[in-house]
Design a binder for this molecule. Structure first.
Ligand code: PMP
Length: 420
């Protein structure tokens, strides 16, 4: 931290109250995987705006499109009027991404941020099914506004509401009680009139729980949930806000399980360039909002539409999904050979370019010490999961191999310095 700016930093810390506690400096520049602070110190970014920067900081291809649009006096704001960026984004997304993968979705613009997409999904599911209850998984994170927070089980997040939150039944995630068949359990809740549980309008889940601690839900389990939803006329909502946009090696995270959710939420990297943007995809028969029933000032922000289309082009033209699949085994091997071997209490798990190093078996807050040590050593990583005990590894998806290796080596060194 620059001594000149200590006062300014303290102000930020007291006002922002979150990430700057872990990363006590003032960042001024970012390019690709590298973020630079005002003292000129460079950090490898394995946090990636928690999934908002899958295509890297200031991706040159997307930047060019954004700058070109600004230089040509493109319309910056038009509420939901039809504009060229909107038409081009919709056409490209539908024709190049959604349909070639065998899906048929309508695109609903919902606002700037992930929780807007989740709120829209909840609102629509409840309207269509005329039921209030929703099933959500323990350990999931879906957002901080009242509806999405009601789905989220993290106690610290829920404290922000200060009151009980309703209309959600929380189901253990499949990894929590391996002996419990959670799909059979849900079926029992739905069918047993002594369960005391209202049949839900929807079941919402992340195919890999990200902020919950990097838990990859099995393909077969996801298929069984899809079948359960079909059997009982319940909508399946996949929250792809964090693990969508190719993070796991598939543009839509659920492609790996061969399922088609009824509603999909997208945000973070769908904005391409770190731009605020959120979408809800719906099966066409769910498109039941009349004009005015779900609108808002920043739904479909023009510059985000420009960046989002360029982001999709980059994703396809640069074969980003392949890049993730190529890098994943390298990360997995590194974690098994160079991190799990540091201490037998450390476990690792993940998918694509989303991995977790779990320190939950240690006494004390080891994960916190590790991320602070990593920061000193020039690496930005965050922690997630129960008691924040899992260090999350989330590089840009086309991270150069030498940067990936360097970042992982810094992490290993930092862990050794803390626990070794
Ligand atoms: N859903 C998931 C799966 C998320 O990871 C997040 C953010 N971490 C959200 C929803 C909420 O997104 P936002 O913070 O943009 O509101």
């Amino acid at each position: 931290m620059s001594t000149n700016n200590t006062k300014a930093f303290e102000t930020y810390e007291s006002e922002v109250r979150s990430y700057c506690r872990n990363f006590p400096t003032v960042f001024v520049k970012a390019k690709g995987s590298i973020q630079t602070d005002e003292n000129g110190k460079e950090y490898i970014d394995f946090f990636c705006g928690s999934g908002a920067l899958n295509y890297g900081h200031n991706n040159p291809y997307i930047k060019e499109k954004v700058v070109e649009y600004l230089q040509n006096d493109g319309v910056m704001h038009a509420l939901d009027m039809y504009t060229k960026p909107k038409r081009e984004f919709i056409e490209y997304f539908e024709n190049e991404v959604i349909r070639p993968r065998g899906f048929d979705y309508k695109i609903q613009f919902v606002g700037p941020t992930g929780t807007n997409a989740v709120e829209a999904a909840l609102k629509l599911a409840r309207k269509v099914k005329k039921r209030n209850n929703v099933f959500a998984l323990m350990g999931a994170f879906h957002g901080m506004t009242l509806g999405s927070l009601a789905l989220t089980t993290n106690a610290d997040s829920r404290k922000g509401a200060g009151v009980p939150l309703y209309n959600v039944t929380h189901i253990p995630a499949p990894y929590m009680f391996p002996e419990l068949d959670t799909v059979a359990y849900m079926e029992r809740l739905i069918t047993d009139d002594h369960s005391g549980v209202e049949k839900p309008a929807a079941i919402i889940l992340e195919t890999t729980q990200a902020d919950g601690g990097i838990y990859v839900l099995p393909d077969e389990w996801l298929r069984r949930v899809r079948a359960l939803c079909d059997k009982y006329d319940i909508l399946m909502i996949v929250d792809d806000v964090q693990v969508g946009a190719s993070r796991t090696g598939w543009f839509f995270s659920f492609e790996r399980a061969g399922i088609t959710p009824d509603i999909v939420t997208l945000s973070k990297s769908i904005g391409g360039y770190g731009m605020p943007f959120a979408l809800t995809l719906l099966r066409p028969e769910l498109d039941q909002w009349k004009p005015g029933e779900h609108n808002g000032t920043f739904r479909g922000y023009q510059l985000s539409l420009v960046a989002a289309k360029a982001g999709l082009e980059f994703m396809l033209n640069e074969h980003v999904e392949d890049a993730v699949r190529e890098r994943a085994p390298f990360v997995e091997k590194f974690l098994k050979e160079n991190i799990e071997t540091i201490d037998s209490r450390i476990t690792t798990r993940g998918i694509g370019l989303l991995w977790g190093v779990d320190f939950g078996a240690f006494e004390g807050d080891v994960a916190k010490a590790v991320i602070h040590k990593a920061f000193e050593n020039g690496l930005i990583v965050e922690r997630v999961g129960r008691r924040d005990s899992v260090v999350k590894i989330m590089p840009e998806l086309k991270v150069p191999m030498d940067t990936l290796e360097k970042g992982l080596n810094i992490l290993a060194k930092s862990i050794r310095e803390v626990v070794g």
